[in-house]
Every structure is written in C-alpha cells, then in structure tokens.
Design a binder for this molecule. Structure first.
Ligand SMILES: Nc1ncnc2c1ncn2[C@@H]1O[C@H](COP(=O)(O)OP(=O)(O)OP(=O)(O)O)[C@@H](O)[C@H]1O
Ligand SMILES: [Mg+2]
Length: 293
C-alpha cells in the first residue's frame, strides 16, 4: 500500500527521520515524553507507562453486572483486541481504564502504580488516549484543525501541532480533505479522523472503541494496516474494540473476550478462532466447553 507501511518490520531510514522529527522517543533517555508530567514519572517508577492493567475489576449498574472480576493487561508495542457480544462490558472496561468510570471493586494500574482514583485528564496527561464509541469531531472546524486542536490540547506547541496533524492526515489518507469542514466528511473518513485525533496526542496507550464501525469492508484491511503502522511508530500499546473479526484477527497480537461482563477467553487470534465458547457466545447459545479430547 501507499507509504510503504508494513506492520512489524524494521523502520527504514525515512521513517526513522520522521520519528526523530517528532521529538525524542519515550524510554530513550531522561527527557522521556514531553506530555508526561514529571510527577507522573515519579509516581510510576521503572519504565514509565510500560503496562496498563485492570486487576479484578467489577462494575455494576442498577443490578446489571457490566464487569465481573476482569483482569486485562496491555503492554506497550502490542495490540490487544477486546471483543464480545453487545452489552458484554467492553465500553465499560475502557471507561474504567481511562477514568471515565470507577470500578466497584478492583484496581487500575499504570506501570505498576495504582491510578484507580485518577481523573480522566490526569490519565490523559500520563499518556492514555481513547476514542468514544459514538463520538464525533468538531463539526465547525476543518479536518486539519480537528487534529491540531487535539495535539494542542495535549500540550503541543502550535507549529508542532500543525506538523503532526499534516503527517497523521497524510498517513491516514485524509490529506486531500485536510482543508474541508469536518462536517462534510464521509463516514469512513470521519472514523479515520477520530483515530488521527487520538494519535495526535502522542499517547502511550490508545483505546479505540469501535474505530472501524460502519467502514465498508473493502476499506478495513488498509485501515488495519495504517493503524498498526502508526502504533509501531509510536511504540504505543493499543486496545482495540471492534465487531469486525477480520480487523481484530488481522491486527491483534492477543484477544480478550468478554461475555456478560466476565472474561470468556483470552489468547492469540489462532487460539480464539478455535475456541468453542467464543463461537457459542457469538451465536447467543449456551457456552459449549471444550473437552480437550
Ligand atoms: N451508565 C450506565 N448505566 C446503566 N447501565 C449501563 C451503563 N453503562 C453500561 N451499562 C450496561 O452495562 C452492560 C455493558 O455495557 P457496555 O456498554 O460496556 O457493553 P459493550 O460490550 O460495549 O456493548 P456494545 O458492543 O453494544 O457496545 C450493558 O448491559 C449496559 O446496558
Ligand atoms: Mg460498547
């Protein structure tokens, strides 16, 4: 595809230069990330932001047990798929991880430090970025301005914000519509803009809640490849919620399956593909347990 982007390949010199132009890479020296306040480093000893973890998290709403004792760990430089039927608790788990909701039980840790009580803003400053399942961009701004605003909001200077926006729009195939009003975008481009806005904050962890929902099937493989490439370049970790199994199976290193708030299965795409419980959950049947025979 365009830009010579391929998942999991060594960076070529061109990409290396582009990375350099974006500023120092995290974990490569004392400067660390400009968006991560020093206090966050102090509170997160070791390599800052190396893992994001929900430990034994439970959450219920008026009798609905949205999450029961769910443990999920996301590491930098990996993509974890979070799948499950409607109402399984996927968005609730993202809310709990990003501070938009608090668990009734259990905890959330970033690099081994508990952040369960941190506000969403504080978590964002420490490198967590998310999309919302039904979010829209700022309709009154251009496509480029939408991305610039996201970068500015994360503390980036105006020139760097502009540069970052242009680069992301180029990578996501939105360069041609950069000057258009966001309200004019076709649905697929709107989804891509959502991803560009999240990545503009240069996050350590990206949590995408159905970023490809409504994308035409033909556009999904390229979307997957671009997202994966951006991730590799950022050394970020990604949690990807999507109902499109081709996308999830194609892009994820590991997959975590929720069903009625509990962990049904976790493993590699191959393991999940062959898991009968998962198949049963998706078909809405009583779980079938593998006998191992
Ligand atoms: N704020 C809330 N108030 C009441 N119930 C809620 C709230 N948020 C979630 N729920 C309930 O918790 C359960 C899990 O919802 P959640 O949105 O996490 O599911 P999901 O896996 O993201 O589903 P979908 O695939 O449809 O997006 C559902 O039964 C939902 O109705
Ligand atoms: Mg959801």
């Amino acid at each position: 595809m365009a830009h010579g982007l391929r998942p999991r390949v060594p960076r070529d010199q061109d990409a290396e230069q582009q990375c350099e132009a974006r500023g120092p890479r995290r974990g490569e020296g004392p400067s660390e990330h400009p968006l991560v306040p020093e206090t966050a480093s102090a509170e997160a000893p070791g390599r800052p932001g190396e893992t994001l973890r929900a430990s034994s998290v439970s959450r219920s709403f008026e009798g609905v047990q949205a999450l029961r004792d769910v443990t999920l760990e996301l590491r930098r430089r990996e993509v974890v798929g979070l799948i499950g039927p409607n109402g399984a608790g996927k968005s609730t788990l993202v809310n709990v991880l990003t501070g938009f909701d608090r668990p009734d039980e259990g905890s959330v840790e970033l690099a081994g430090s508990e952040i369960t009580a941190w506000s969403p803003q504080r978590r964002a400053r420490a490198g967590l970025a998310r999309t919302f399942q039904h979010s829209r961009s700022f309709r009154g701004l251009t496509v480029r301005e939408n991305v610039e605003v996201a970068a500015l909001g994360a503390g980036t200077g105006p020139r760097e914000a502009r540069r970052r926006a242009d680069r992301l729009l180029d990578l996501l195939g939105l360069a041609a519509v950069a000057g258009r009003g966001a309200a004019e975008l076709a649905h697929g481009d709107e989804r891509r803009l959502g991803v560009a806005r999240v990545l503009a904050t240069d996050p350590s962890f990206v949590l995408l809640d159905e970023p490809a929902a409504g994308l035409p099937d033909a556009e999904v493989p390229e979307f997957a490849e671009v997202v994966r490439s951006l991730l590799d370049e950022n050394d970020a970790g990604m949690l990807l919620i999507d109902h499109n199994m081709a996308l999830v199976m194609g892009v994820c290193d590991r997959i975590h399956v929720l069903d009625q708030g509990r962990t049904l299965a976790a493993g590699t795409p191959e393991e999940i593909r062959g898991n009968l419980d998962v198949a049963a959950a998706y078909l809405g049947e009583t779980a079938v347990h593998e006998t191992g025979g």
